[in-house]
Design a protein around this ligand. Structure first.
Ligand SMILES: Nc1ncnc2c1ncn2[C@@H]1O[C@H](COP(=O)(O)OP(=O)(O)O)[C@@H](O)[C@H]1O
Ligand SMILES: C[C@@](O)(CCOP(=O)(O)O)CC(=O)O
Ligand SMILES: [Mg+2]
Length: 339
């Protein structure tokens, strides 16, 4: 059995626009998905993923992934549940040149699902890493990132950027623009996350922005403007000393850019009443800035605040189910055990 873990992320800025080739800066956070993989002696895949619904369910199905698993759950839930793991298994089989490999897989995660913290990328990255190690064909983190991107791309019908998967595989803060992916040095940014307990469908939200962008030139300009915000933000980060605490002027300007980014994401139709409430609660508590993170629709916001005020204010906000500080995780995917 091989176990790998990989982190989730928040977007400092640039989600959605990154799908159309603009740059984005996601940052890995210390919340991980853990995937344990045991090779079987047949070609079946058995998945245990207890975070997938309130009660959790376990499915077992043949290696022929056209067959539906025999579980008592709605088909769309099962499809949503299995998509990323199926795709990760396919990538691992292909990478290890073992098309008939079968596995028992167990997924456990500290990252809420569909909430904008990159649970899908973390599961795909950790799954591919563990499965290829288990098959004796370990990949480097960049190869894992590339394979996990292909898995997300397939599940999200060709609508995915490399941002989440590269960030989860490499850890730290990264900058992604099309196929150009790199790590960047940043000071420790004081992220606070607010979670409304809900979720958004990444594929649908991305498709909505795509439609808007096709219909209106000004929506396409909005996407370009998000890119301008990111370019401004990364030049600020490039001038900062990564070893020192971030200075207040840097945090103030990054916060302003986050606020601006949230406004543009709102205009693109991917925010929600609860996300907006949490964003305003954070701003009123004195956060430098606040925005939704990830695909939106519901889920999480991220704010910048080095004091406890924003977390406290969020924890008293009716729309907020959970508020926590999210430390930058400088480590990406890693093997967490083998026997
Ligand atoms: N703990 C988990 N166990 C199994 N599958 C998971 C887990 N976490 C995430 N996933 C997969 O990722 C999907 C959510 O991904 P997505 O909609 O992109 O949201 P996000 O990446 O923001 O969390 C889930 O529907 C599921 O398929
Ligand atoms: C909206 C998008 O930019 C980020 C999606 O993040 P998440 O899956 O909601 O964590 C899509 C993508 O980059 O593939
Ligand atoms: Mg995702």
């Amino acid at each position: 059995m091989t176990v790998s873990t990989a982190p989730g992320k928040v977007y400092l800025f640039g989600e959605h626009a990154v799908v159309y080739g603009e740059p984005a800066v996601p940052c890995a956070i210390e919340r991980r998905a853990r995937v344990a993989v045991d090779e079987r002696d047949d070609d079946h895949i058995r998945v245990e993923a207890r975070d997938l619904s309130l009660d959790g369910f376990t499915v077992e199905y043949a290696g022929d992934t056209d067959g539906r698993p025999d579980v008592d759950a709605p088909t769309d839930l099962v499809d949503a549940a299995m998509g990323y793991i199926d795709a990760a298994v396919e990538q691992a089989r292909d990478a290890a040149d073992a098309p008939d490999a079968g596995f028992d897989i167990r997924v456990e995660s500290e990252i809420p699902l569909g909430a904008g913290l990159g649970s899908s990328a973390a599961v795909a990255v950790a799954g591919i890493d563990a499965a290829t190690r288990e098959l004796g064909a370990p990949l480097g983190p960049k190869e894992v990132a590339d394979r996990a991107y292909r898995a997300e791309y397939d599940v999200q019908d060709g609508q995915a950027s490399r941002a989440d998967t590269f960030c989860s595989a490499m850890g730290g803060a990264v900058r992604v623009e099309g196929d150009d992916c790199r790590r960047i040095d940043t000071p420790n940014l004081p992220f606070v996350v607010g979670f409304d307990g809900g979720a958004g469908d990444t594929g649908e939200l991305v498709a909505g922005v795509r439609r808007l962008k096709r219909e209106y030139g000004f929506a396409a300009d909005t996407v370009g403007n998000i890119g301008d915000i990111v370019r401004r933000g990364e030049s600020l980060l490039a001038g900062a000393d990564p070893a020192a605490d971030p200075d207040p002027d840097l945090l103030a300007e990054l916060g302003r850019l986050m606020d601006f980014d949230h406004g543009l994401l709102e205009a693109l139709g991917v925010s929600s009443r609860t996300l907006d409430s949490m964003v305003w609660a954070a701003r009123e508590a004195g956060a430098h800035g606040a925005k939704l993170t990830g695909a939106g629709g519901g889920g999480c916001i991220v704010a910048l605040d080095e004091t406890p005020e924003t977390r406290t204010a969020l924890s008293y906000t009716a729309e907020c189910r959970d508020a926590f500080r999210a430390e930058l995780d400088r480590e990406g995917v890693r093997e967490a055990g083998r026997r």
